[in-house]
Unconditional design. Structure first.
Length: 386
């Protein structure tokens, strides 16, 4: 038996876990006290320890280093609960920044001063936004350590991370958008660019679209999968959140464009001896294979530069869609659902600068509705009362 529980007091239980034999051949055991009146709480904790032992990610809490904890957290929590793209990003930061700087420190000796010093040194060569992201990752991992009983308190709670400066959002005006689309009209990536600014879909969502996802009769697009490039290989995944999996309406102009575009693709496939099916990608290369996200990003930058719109990114088409919708009076909730945001509050925060600029227009509309004020009781007409 690898673990058992015994009652230690009226309100506590002791867990004993057999962790195997050490280098000296002697049996090793780990003891942990659970403060609770219920044995089920102790059993739950024992089960967690047994699972980590089976997976090979267990390390005695007393000697657990930050590097060991981060690797355990990545393997046991992030890999299960986050998208592959998030896992790659978090793993990269852990391996290239957090572990080299703080990894040898035992969890019980990881003090706020050491973390604060790391942030200060990292800010010498990284942006405040990037270091703040490091803080978020470290903070989440240490919260997990507290839940697992490895730490009594999260030291990140006593640290002041750098405050990232909010980047100015780049959105295109209607005239700039016209110039951009004109310069892109003869480019092979024009269809995906036009669809992007017409729907607000993310690049990964656009590149993952199949023809079965598009309903040209009911003017809607269903987002069911995304395409990311991971370690040089294009991979299809499910959308990151339930909000990202959604149905988006399209304009009649976009529906007409996609109908004509689909006919062109069918003719091209026939010439190549292929058949365009419902499972075919909407935006693909001549062979029907996925478009490379990096190639699309690079080519869009070239198109934008040629149009005199330097530093405009492909993702700015999504911002342009949202800003044009807001300026045309669309409700924030409708825009939030179209963008796949988690809440209307998040949408309002991201596009707050646009909403602030709409106050004058809103007041002008209110002025048209409200009647003019009539002052019948002016100060001059009031007589003193004694």
């Amino acid at each position: 038996m690898r673990g058992h529980i015994r009652k230690k007091g009226e309100r506590s239980w002791q867990i004993t876990l057999d962790t195997g034999t050490g280098p000296d051949g002697r049996r090793r055991r780990y003891f942990e006290t659970i403060h609770s009146t219920r044995k089920s709480d102790a059993q739950k904790r024992l089960n967690e320890l047994l699972v980590s032992l089976e997976k090979g990610v267990y390390s005695p809490p007393g000697r657990l280093t930050l590097a060991e904890h981060l690797n355990n957290w990545l393997a046991g929590y992030v890999r299960v609960n986050c998208s592959i793209r998030t896992l790659d990003a978090v793993q990269s930061i852990a391996e290239h920044h957090l572990i080299p700087a703080l990894g040898n420190t035992q969890l019980k000796h990881l003090h706020p001063q050491a973390i604060q010093a790391y942030y200060g040194k990292a800010c010498e060569h990284l942006s405040a936004r990037t270091v703040h992201y490091h803080h978020r990752i470290l903070n989440q991992s240490l919260k997990y350590a507290v839940r697992q009983g490895y730490l009594g308190r999260n030291p990140c709670e006593l640290v002041d991370p750098p405050s990232p400066r909010k980047k100015p959002m780049r959105t295109l005006t209607p005239s700039e958008l016209e110039v951009l689309l004109e310069n892109a009209s003869s480019n092979q990536f024009y269809p995906v660019i036009y669809t992007a600014v017409s729907t607000g879909l993310r690049q990964a969502e656009l590149l993952g679209l199949m023809w079965r996802s598009i309903d040209l009769d009911y003017l809607s697009i269903s987002v069911n999968q995304v395409l990311y490039k991971r370690r040089g290989v294009c991979q299809f995944n499910e959308p990151k959140t339930s909000h990202s999996r959604r149905r988006v309406s399209m304009t009649p102009k976009l529906a007409l464009f996609l109908r004509e575009y689909k006919l062109e693709r069918e003719r091209l496939y026939q010439q190549l001896g292929k058949e365009l099916t419902l499972d075919s990608l909407v935006f693909a290369n001549v062979e029907g294979k996925p478009l490379d996200p990096g190639v699309l990003t690079h080519n869009f930058a070239r198109i934008a530069k040629r149009a005199g719109l330097e530093n405009v990114r492909f993702h700015d088409l999504r911002h342009t869609f949202a800003s044009l919708m807001l300026l045309r009076g669309a409700k924030p909730k409708v825009i939030s659902e179209a963008l796949g945001h988690s809440s209307v509050a998040f949408t309002m925060d991201v596009y707050s600068h646009i909403i602030e600029g709409m106050q004058e227009d809103a007041m002008a509309l209110l002025d048209e509705v409200l009647p003019a004020g009539v002052n019948k009781n002016s100060v001059a007409k009031l007589s003193p009362t004694f």
